[in-house]
Design a protein around this ligand. Structure first.
Ligand SMILES: Cc1cc2nc3c(=O)[nH]c(=O)nc-3n(C[C@H](O)[C@H](O)[C@H](O)COP(=O)(O)OP(=O)(O)OC[C@H]3O[C@@H](n4cnc5c(N)ncnc54)[C@H](O)[C@@H]3O)c2cc1C
Length: 445
């Protein structure tokens, strides 16, 4: 059974969904073991049920975001984070509606909002709800509120621990149900597992990373304001990865600081002794990469991701579509395929502003000698003598370059969100089966 779960991706994916649903409704199942206290009516019970499910959903978010390899391998980080956002929002609505129903059914309970005189369980609920509101507002409107990514990530962690911790404290102190043995055991266990996940993410994982350090071997300037950061494992073998996957990099600081950034490997998955990352200068961290000297210490957490040609061994060939820095995972697919002497056809459609800004332009050209590779460069600002493709990658352009037997290939797209949306729609209009189209999003938050 265990090996079936691990080796069949569909069974594994279904298994995680069933586990998630089970743990979400577990508090209610435990409630059913006992008869409800007399004379409380439907709405009161409904409010309690909402609170219980909302709290269980909130606690489950720690498991969703703990970067558990097996869970990530079933869905990919994009899907997991989208699911995290939606289920957190559902939990938020439940947690808000839970006291509102209580105030409506028993108006005298509104007194519980009088914070200085309210009992501890109500004070905990108030602070937990406020933390949850701040968490949701700062997440949905982070960019409008101009909150930089890193402070946001730190506050997100603190607020979520506060909301779940105080929510659990509230549930444990509310007597009616939790006085009962199994309910106390249940919330106690959820509190312990949540605590363990926090300890694992904040302490155990960074500690494991310190045991496998890397050194910067080289920083190479590339076209398009990109630096290739080459890392060498020190005292260990590094990790093998599937081309297209990514890792979280911590550079020149301790991994306990949690200031890490995700980057796709751009080198061959067959060469763990030298991992390369193509990093485009877009903000604080990425603009500093070019200045790091050989010998700088680095730590990696990875590999992660399901955006990889290795999952489609039976494909007759691949169409890779990149915009700007979206080339990095696709570059890894190409160099890995060349190293493995893969004889299937590869089509690369690569969009950039100008001819001079095409990252890896020369390397891509060299790969044509080692692979059945057709590279189509698309320029948005071409020079007068440019005779190749121009403008945006749209349906007409794709119709010209992708094979007529669309379903025989797998399509990998990594570009700006707008380009990915347009290309995905165009591929759909060209009858490419949706199961053959794979996307990698760089903007997670
Ligand atoms: C799976 C994945 C693979 C990626 N691969 C590459 C790659 O190969 N090459 C490359 O140049 N870029 C890649 N990125 C994007 C890269 O992680 C961000 O550009 C980088 O973290 C920005 O950091 P900064 O401090 O320079 O910019 P900031 O000024 O902090 O932020 C610029 C924007 O980048 C995003 N961002 C910042 N920090 C993070 C973070 N830690 N995690 C997620 N998003 C963040 C935010 O949305 C922010 O608005 C990848 C992102 C993901 C999710």
């Amino acid at each position: 059974m265990r090996s079936l779960l691990m080796h069949n991706p569909i069974v594994a994916a279904l298994g995680w969904i069933i586990a998630f649903l089970f743990f979400t409704v577990l508090p209610l199942l435990v409630l059913l073991v006992y008869p409800p206290p007399a004379g409380r009516g439907f709405w009161l019970e409904f409010s309690v049920a909402l609170g219980f499910i909302g709290l269980a959903l909130m606690a489950l978010q720690f498991a969703l975001t703990a970067r558990v390899n097996r869970i990530e391998a079933s869905y990919g980080i994009d899907l997991i984070l989208a699911f995290h956002r939606y289920t957190s929002f559902v939990a938020f609505v439940m947690v808000l509606v839970h006291p509102l129903i209580l105030f409506w059914v028993q108006p005298e309970t509104i007194q519980l909002l009088n914070f200085p005189v309210a009992p501890l369980r109500a004070q905990m609920a108030t602070i937990a709800t406020l933390a949850f509101i701040v968490l949701i507002v700062t997440t949905i409107w982070r960019k409008q509120l101009k909150i930089p990514y890193e402070p946001w990530r730190l506050s997100h962690s603190i607020l979520s621990v506060l909301a779940v911790g105080l929510g659990l404290g509230h549930a444990l102190l509310v007597g009616n149900y939790l006085g009962l043995f199994w309910k106390a055991v249940l919330w106690g266990a959820i509190a312990l597992v949540s605590l363990w996940l926090i300890v694992y993410i904040r302490l155990v994982k960074p500690w494991l990373m310190t045991r496998k350090p890397y050194l910067v071997e080289e920083v190479i300037q590339e076209r398009g304001n990109v630096s290739t950061l080459a890392l060498r494992p020190i005292g260990h073998d590094g990790f093998r990865f599937q081309p297209g996957q990514f890792a979280w990099i911590t550079l020149n600081i301790t991994p306990f600081s949690m200031r890490e950034h995700p980057f796709s490997m751009s080198s061959s998955g067959e060469h763990p002794e030298r991992l390369e990352f193509g990093i485009k200068a877009v903000g604080d961290f990425t603009s500093r990469v070019k200045d790091y000297k050989p010998g700088t210490k680095a730590y990696l957490d990875g590999p992660y991701g399901v955006f990889t040609t290795d999952r489609y061994e039976d494909a007759a060939g691949f169409v890779l579509i990149a915009g700007g820095i979206g080339i990095t995972p696709l570059m890894s697919m190409l160099v890995t395929a060349a190293g493995r002497k893969d004889d299937r056809p590869y089509t690369l459609i690569y969009s950039n502003k100008t001819w001079d800004s095409i990252t890896y332009r020369e390397a891509i050209n060299d790969l044509k000698a080692q692979l059945d590779l057709t590279a189509i460069h698309v320029l948005r600002e071409p020079s007068q003598d440019w005779e190749g493709a121009t403008g945006y990658v749209d349906k007409e352009m794709l119709d010209r370059y992708i094979p007529k037997r669309r379903g025989t290939r797998h399509y990998f797209i990594c570009a700006s969100p707008k380009m990915m949306e347009q290309v995905e729609r165009a591929l759909h209009d060209l009858d490419v089966p949706i199961t053959n189209v794979h996307l990698e999003h760089y903007n997670l938050a």
